[in-house]
Design a protein around this ligand. Structure first.
Ligand code: NDP
Length: 316
């Protein structure tokens, strides 16, 4: 496209979850004058959760969307330039690195922090979408607590599903776990734990056909893909744990990604394989994925960027 608008910034932050905003707070206070682009979902995944009770500093808990407004306000108060817009392509082949926003504006930056997060994968059922937030959740650690003592269901057979089923089994009366094949993908040790837990019932070769309920989840219609049989189970919540997709596609030609597309960082740092490009939050974390760990890694990225930029200035 011709006549692209152009701008040069010192530090560009891409993404607006806890990682991006925390990076912006730290970078502003270090006088790096960060410009942050929020992406299509300002506030990130926390804006689709309800109450957050495990983020330290909120003794009464807080609504996810409200917490992200607080993060944004704090970053703005420190001087970060927060803008609505989506990074649509990048060129990290030479410095200064280029990032195109909304396919039209070209930004060059001395350093870049990537905090684009990950998106939960969904089954794609209309009833799953309709009841999302009303008993359908992609995060047992966030929402399991609301279904204490109740029967719940979970779909998925990887380490996340196993871990979340075990987590739920400690507070829910029964956990119905749907596995679409006759074996689980999860590590052996996690499978063993699941199979030895008396209140987890595993349904092999089983898939979710429909989530039942008008305004909240009241049950699940399950479908056996071997026998074609369908049956309804009464549950109050349905957890979807079939994996996450890190939002790393636009970086794939330049940054090292792992086999699941997570950005690879040097352990214990936020550094990527490209000098001056840092990554934090869920786009580089497939294990912890918590708001508080994302915020912590955003702080690391800002400190790493600051060190990098000041070393670069001293070279000149
Ligand atoms: P995975 O991609 O490993 O597993 C996804 C699971 O969901 C698979 O069992 C898959 O089934 C199932 N699935 C996918 N689509 C559907 C569908 N449409 N219907 C039903 N089931 C479906 O994702 P995870 O999030 O579990 O793990 C991601 C990575 O993170 C892994 O490498 C994992 O080991 C790691 N991890 C490690 C942890 C730890 O070490 N503590 C904790 C959590 C994750 P199928 O097997 O049939 O393909």
């Amino acid at each position: 496209m011709e006549n692209k608008q152009q701008e040069h910034v010192h530090l560009l932050i891409i993404g607006s979850g806890p990682a991006g905003y925390t990076a912006a707070i730290y970078a502003s206070r270090a006088n790096l004058k960060p410009v942050l682009y929020q992406g299509i979902q300002p506030g990130g995944q926390l804006t689709i959760t309800t109450e957050v009770e495990n983020y330290p500093g909120y003794p009464e808990g807080i609504q996810g969307p409200e917490m992200m407004v607080d993060f944004e306000k704090q970053a703005t108060r420190m001087g970060a330039d927060i803008r609505y817009g989506m990074a649509t392509s990048v060129d990290f082949s030479k410095q200064p690195y280029k990032v195109v926003i909304d396919e039209e504006k070209e930004i060059t930056a001395d350093a870049i922090i990537i905090a684009t997060g990950a998106s939960a994968k969904w089954l794609g059922l209309p009833s799953e979408q309709r009841l999302n937030g009303s008993g359908v959740s992609a995060c047992a650690v966030c929402d399991g607590f609301f279904f204490r003592g109740k029967e719940v269901a979970i779909v998925g057979a990887g380490d996340t599903a196993a871990e979340e089923a075990l987590y739920l089994s400690k507070m829910c009366s029964t956990v119905h776990m749907l596995v679409r094949r006759d074996e689980m993908r999860a590590s052996k040790v996690m499978q063993d734990r699941v199979l030895k837990t008396s209140n987890i019932i595993v349904y092999w070769n089983s898939e979710a056909d429909e989530v039942l309920g008008e305004n909240k989840v009241e049950g699940l219609r399950i479908y056996n893909n071997k026998t074609q049989e369908k049956k309804d189970i009464a549950v109050s919540a349905f957890f979807v744990a079939i994996g996450h997709q890190p939002n790393s596609a636009i970086f794939k030609d330049y940054l090292q990604l792992d086999e699941q597309d997570y950005i690879v960082t040097v352990p214990g740092t936020s550094r990527t394989n490209v000098e001056g490009v840092f990554a934090c939050g869920d786009v580089q974390d497939k294990i912890y994925r918590q708001a508080v760990t994302a915020a912590g890694s955003g702080c690391m990225a800002a400190l790493d960027a600051e060190r990098y930029l000041s070393a670069k200035e001293h070279q000149h």
